[in-house]
Design a binder for this molecule. Structure first.
Ligand SMILES: [Zn+2]
Length: 486
């Protein structure tokens, strides 16, 4: 059977670091890049007898993601111990949630192939991160073949967002992550920074003959730490599984690791079952209760969500759906757009065009995600206002933009200084038009003989006479008057 006769079934488990100041169960600060083992205490070092206390802000941030994805927030949920041994887990267990998660059953809208697919969420639960084992380090006094453990990250608050197996390609999985990252940033729950480990993902992948009801053997790919890796790993895994099925080799349920160097996945261990972890409720933490008042407090502090905002931008400002969606790439970008429109309400479409073409083109991907705009909204509003009132042309405005970004000076000041004032005065333009028409009788005859396409040549001549500063609208109108009427 060719690859096209199979379909992939993919579910993602996304671990997302919450943006708290302190750790999940102790008062240590959450830091990135600090000297090893400087942000630790008896609780996150796992000393016997040290008692954890759940961080309220952690729960509130998780609730924001739950509300943003339409999950049901459970009134009571339970912290559980997930027992396993690892050098970076000194307690011998990770505090997580198991059969009683914080939130259940939501959806994430994913744009794929021009349509929107609602990917179902199974659950969102709270957990803590482990420490970090280091096998390579910059210090010369560490003997070769050593491994060291940095526990700064131990106890960092995470949510795990578990999807149902609703995704059917590597591209869809990628788009799902893009949507999820936008959402957790949008509601200020996480910085969503994959490079610093704030967003990590495991993928469950299986394949089956198209139309088959039963699921194929599931393989879990662990610790995918960039969007590109997620895509490559899933693509490779689908190919590997289809090739195995075609040649009659049985697939094993197992955990595999993605190797960025080869672009392939490699068997890591046979998949453990949940029972291997001997989950049980953490006796030190008891039941987590979210009462109505807490839920309401979080709900009223929620921003308008991206889908709703994109829909409002369409109706309020007449933006095409695709533009509205792009403006809502991040909340700061949407805020910037609306702030600019508020300053120059006359032309929201032009402002969207400037944001989406000129401004985004001058921003790095990181700036785009974080919504760091190169100019203030007032500046863009003033620039578009000067185009709209005919003071400068669109071409001049584009020339100005570089200086505006570099200097941050007011638009009108730069326009004046650079002598970039557009000629809109009909008298001067009419003089130029008449001179061009008078000096080129042959071309006028050609045009009037039916060669309408030569009109652009006349526009060029008049613009040249006006040193490029003629208002294109007026030039066009007066030229047409002159050429068509006589
Ligand atoms: Zn601590």
């Amino acid at each position: 059977m060719p690859v096209s006769d199979f379909e992939a079934v993919i579910g993602l488990e996304v671990h997302c670091q919450l943006r708290t100041k302190s750790k999940a169960f102790c008062a240590c600060p959450v830091v990135f890049g600090a000297p090893p083992n400087t942000a630790v205490c008896p609780v996150c070092l796992g000393y016997p007898g040290a008692l954890p206390v759940a961080n309220r802000e952690m729960v509130s941030l998780a609730m924001r993601v739950a509300l943003a994805t339409g999950c049901t927030i459970e009134e009571t949920s339970v912290f559980a111990r997930k027992n396993y041994f690892y050098p970076d887990l000194p307690k011998g267990y990770q505090i997580s949630q198991y059969d009683r998660p914080l939130a259940t059953r939501g959806t994430v809208a994913v744009r794929a192939n021009g349509s929107v697919k609602n990917v179902r969420l199974n659950r969102i639960h709270l957990e803590e991160d482990a420490g970090k084992s280091m096998h390579e380090f910059p210090w010369e006094d560490v003997p070769a073949l050593s491994s060291l453990v940095d526990l700064n990250r131990s106890g960092t608050p995470l949510i795990e967002i578990v999807s149902e197996p609703d995704l059917s390609s590597a591209d869809e999985a990628h788009e799902y992550l893009v949507s999820l990252r936008r959402l957790v940033r949008w509601v200020d729950a996480s910085d969503g920074n994959m490079e610093e480990g704030s967003l990590r993902c495991d993928a469950n992948v299986s394949v089956r003959p198209k139309g088959a009801a039963a699921l194929g053997t599931k393989v879990e790919i662990k610790n995918l730490n960039s969007f590109a890796h997620v895509k490559k790993a899933i693509e490779h895994e689908i190919e590997r599984q289809v090739a195995a099925l075609e040649s009659g080799r049985p697939l094993v349920q197992e955990t595999r690791l993605f190797e960025p160097d080869t672009g392939a996945t490699k068997a890591m261990r046979s998949k453990e079952e949940a029972m291997d972890y001997r989950y049980f409720p953490d006796p030190d933490l008891g039941v987590l209760v979210v009462d109505g008042a807490w839920r309401r407090d979080v709900a009223v502090s929620m921003p308008e969500l991206p889908e709703a905002r994109a829909a409002r931008l369409q109706t309020a400002y007449g933006l095409p759906a695709a533009d509205a969606e792009l403006v809502c790439l991040s909340r700061p970008l949407a805020d910037f757009y609306e702030a600019a429109v508020a300053k120059h309400p006359g032309n929201p479409k032009a402002i969207a065009n400037w944001v989406l073409s000129e401004l985004l083109a001058r921003m790095s991907d990181a700036d785009r995600q974080a919504g760091r705009l190169p100019v203030a909204p007032e500046t863009l509003a003033a620039l578009v206002a000067r185009i709209d009132d005919g003071s400068i042309s669109g071409r001049m405005a584009k020339e100005l933009l570089g200086d505006l970004i570099a200097t941050g000076r007011p638009v009108d000041e730069l326009v004046k200084e650079k002598g970039l004032v557009q000629i809109s005065d009909e008298g001067s333009i009419r003089d130029a038009v008449l001179k061009v028409v008078r000096d080129h009788p042959e071309q006028v005859a050609t045009y009037r003989g039916g060669k309408a396409a030569t009109f652009g040549w006349f526009v060029g001549q008049v613009m040249k006479a006006l040193q490029g500063k003629g208002n294109p609208g007026v030039v066009n109108r007066l030229l047409r008057d002159s050429l068509d009427k006589d």
